[in-house]
Design a protein around this ligand. Structure first.
Ligand SMILES: O=C(O)CCC(=O)C(=O)O
Ligand SMILES: [Fe+2]
Length: 753
């Protein structure tokens, strides 16, 4: 059947032929791309254009008509070529037709400046071959225009695009269609335009920008021009330099030997660089003063400065242009940091030069990096209620499934998160090395950054650091009066005060349970327990609440039992960092420790290890309360040894001490090898060595503030007691197996206990 199709006033005569399959007809997506071409003919002028999966040839023929200076090749599977040739004859223009099978043909027939493809990603089975063809055709400088129907194309397509070293941005779209521009990742970053400069330092780094070996510092690439270096690095990390070894986080090593030797890198992989890296030094020092949240803001601000982009400006007082508020905020912040007077110049200078080497100009609304997006999708970062809220609010097409809608929201966040533009999810918090810790957005209307904290786990103390900077988001949701969304946002940003306010007076078990958790995060463990008791009284059958209650009450408070304490325990302590760390050798009986390892291993053989305690990294542990004999032994150790030890270390009465949680942890090179830097959610923490040090190499508890490269470690039965707010990590176990008991405690001396 031959029909005349008119798009933007241009007529095409096309025969469609269903007998050759789905490509034998024209689709709305193609018409959308034609409309784009009609509006932007200059982008196609004098270009060599390749169309993939041309079908009837609609898009290619349209371009040839509207932009006669372009040369066009339309391609499709061999059995479509007859139809294509016929349509080329009907419409004329500088168009050739050829067979191109994405799966069979490894070669792209020629060199092209632009690739177009519409309605080619409608089925997951097409994603891999299509992306393969795009990657082959998308050489340096090439732009691909890909039109898709949103309800057909799943997130898998976007993942494959990114995995192929390509990047996408949404050029335009509506509820049904999306027109994407796809290019090599490097090309996207190569073209800074400064009307909106976006920063993506760490995410960028995760994708392979590095110029020196992470371990020995050897120059892998010449860093004079970082864009070139980045381009070359990406080539290197995709295999063309075979002597270079890439870690999954993007760090590069000059050899396998260096990669294997890089314990410090493993320990702090992703968020971490070397211990003497300016970023780590800067943040570690700030962590001392509990101003890490501000450090994130400062680093981002520095990153902005380092890009050399014009400072954001806004108009005030009837048109007087003032330097953006955030710059003055930055200096104010610097001024407020304890001790900044003497450290500002050096630390900030170091930081700036660090960031300068990595900062990236981006002008496009970029998608979330894959790590962040996966974290969203898997509910790690985005709480269920916020997911639901987003889907409810933004679901573009009522026929879409919720998952599908969420994919789109995450694939093209700028479309949905307006008017606050998402800039980057950052991995800048050294305390939680492997997790994105804040989202940074540029709020154009306000002329300032919005920094939102992302998770509420793995952190003790502090919190709420981003509160004052998230006003805009709050305002918007205030208008909505959607308590669930407000709550979700407050949870996302650690705004515990707000959570308490929003839940105040609610008596449901779920609300009481959440209030209990908030009290715990705040360090008010007694209140936490009280609220948990209220929750469990109302809902004794609720499995989560019951488990929390069981865990919270399974550890004994300190009670002197006569037969426990024949000889009072007086530990001999080695102290570090003004008593914030103490090591006690031989505190517990080695043989008993061995028996506990056997018990736990036996249990693990039956029900497996849990891997969910630390959310930033998979850990391998068993809660002490899950193994009755272990719990019994542990409670005795608490009364006779561990509480007295804490009393001696921190001068707090043993009777005031309570256990928040205790876990048996297993480290080995091929499972959980190490634990990134973090703070515990505890006032006082203990790591207890449960097996002989000769059983393994490496291992130990690493404290960056000690200022030495090696960790502290003890032989079986030894204990390291430390201030839970002190930054620390599990040093990599290189051989064998290391077992420890990790114990989190607090003293209720300040509270009524
Ligand atoms: O492996 C270690 O020594 C540290 C363990 C730790 O910090 C934890 O489990 O919270
Ligand atoms: Fe810890």
């Amino acid at each position: 059947m031959v029909t005349t199709t008119t798009i933007s006033g241009v007529d095409l005569e096309l025969r469609s032929d269903w007998s050759v399959g789905i490509g034998g007809s024209t689709w709305t997506c193609g018409e959308r791309l034609c409309e784009y071409v009609a509006r932007h003919p200059d982008e196609f002028r004098c270009r060599r254009i390749l169309e993939l999966g041309s079908g009837t040839g609609l898009v290619g023929l349209f371009i040839a008509k509207v932009v006669p200076e372009a040369s066009v090749m339309v391609t499709d599977l061999p059995d479509h070529v007859g139809l294509l040739e016929e349509n080329v004859k009907r419409n004329g223009g500088a168009v050739t037709a050829r067979a191109l099978d994405w799966e069979r043909d490894d070669e792209i027939p020629g060199a092209f400046d632009i690739v177009v493809a519409t309605e080619c990603a409608y089925h997951p089975r097409l994603h891999a071959p299509l992306v393969g063809a795009l990657a082959r055709a998308c050489g340096p400088g090439v732009r691909c225009f890909v039109g898709i129907t949103k309800s057909d194309t799943t997130l898998d397509f976007f993942d494959r695009v990114i995995s192929a070293g390509l990047e996408y941005r949404l050029l335009e779209g509506d509820s049904y269609f999306g027109l994407l521009e796809i290019r090599r990742q490097v090309d996207f970053y190569r073209e800074p335009r400064t009307e909106v400069v976006r920063l993506w330092t760490q995410c960028w780094e995760n994708r392979g920008e590095a110029v020196v070996c992470t371990q020995c510092g050897e120059d892998l690439l010449r860093p004079e021009d970082w864009v070139e270096a980045a381009a070359a690095t990406i080539e290197a990390s995709t295999g063309s330099r075979d002597d270079v070894v890439a870690c999954a986080c993007g760090a590069l090593f000059c050899s396998e030997a260096c990669r294997k030797g890089a314990d410090m890198h493993r320990l702090l992989c992703v968020g971490h660089r070397d211990a003497d890296d300016p970023l780590v030094r800067f943040k570690t020092r700030l962590a001392d003063d509990d101003v890490v949240e501000d450090a994130d803001t400062l680093i981002l601000a520095a990153a902005w400065l380092a890009t050399g982009a014009p400072w954001p400006r806004h108009h005030e007082n009837g048109g007087v242009v003032v330097v953006s508020a955030w710059v003055s905020e930055l200096w104010k912040l610097l001024g407020e940091l304890p001790g900044t007077a003497h450290r500002t110049a050096t630390d900030f200078g170091e930081l700036l030069s660090f960031v300068r080497s990595r900062a990236v100009h981006l002008e496009r609304p970029h998608p979330l990096c894959r790590v962040c997006r996966d974290a969203y999708l898997h509910g790690e970062i985005l709480p269920e209620s916020l997911r639901e809220g987003l889907v409810r609010k933004y679901k573009p097409d009522p026929d879409m499934t919720d998952d599908h809608a969420l994919s789109w929201i995450l694939a093209a966040p700028d479309e949905f998160f307006e008017p606050v533009r998402l800039v980057a999810l950052c991995f800048l918090d050294v305390r939680r090395a492997a997790t994105p810790t804040c989202a940074v957005a540029w709020a154009p209307a306000e002329g300032r950054f919005v920094v939102a904290r992302l998770d509420d786990r793995c952190v003790g103390g502090g919190g709420g650091g981003g509160n004052e900077t998230v006003g805009r988001i709050e305002e918007e949701e205030e208008e909505e009066k959607d308590v669930e969304l407000l709550l979700a946002r407050a949870r996302l940003e650690d705004r515990w005060d707000d959570i308490e306010e929003l839940l105040a007076g609610q008596e449901s078990p779920a609300a009481l349970y959440e209030l209990s958790r908030v009290a715990g995060w705040r360090g008010d463990w007694n209140l936490a327990l009280e609220r948990l008791r209220d929750a469990v009284e109302r809902a004794p059958e609720d499995p989560t609440i019951a488990a929390a209650w069981k865990s919270a009450t399974s550890f004994f408070p300190y009670v002197l039992r006569e037969d426990d304490v024949k000889i009072p325990f007086v530990p001999s302590l080695e102290r570090y960092l003004d008593g914030r760390i103490a090591v006690a050798k031989n505190a517990l009986d080695a043989e008993a420790c061995g028996r506990m390892v056997a018990l736990v291993e036996a249990r693990a053989r039956a029900v497996g290890w849990s891997t969910s305690r630390h959310y930033s990294v998979p850990t391998t542990d068993v809660p002490v309360g899950d193994v009755p004999e272990l719990l019994d032994w542990f409670n005795t150790q608490l009364a006779t040894r561990l509480f007295p030890l804490l009393e001696a270390t921190f001068q707090v009465p043993a009777a005031s001490l309570r256990v928040i949680d205790a876990f048996f942890v297993k480290y080995s090179p091929d499972a959980q090898r190490d634990l990134p830097l973090h703070e515990d959610q505890a006032q006082y923490s203990l790591t207890i060595a449960m097996n002989p040090a000769v059983d393994y190499e490496g291992g130990g508890t690493y404290f960056p503030h000690l200022g030495r490269p090696e960790p502290l470690n003890v032989d079986v039965g030894g204990v390291i007691a430390f201030d839970g707010a002190l930054l620390h990590g599990g040093y990599p176990t290189r051989r064998g197996t290391r077992y420890i008991l990790a114990v989190f405690t607090h003293s209720c001396i300040e509270e009524e206990c």
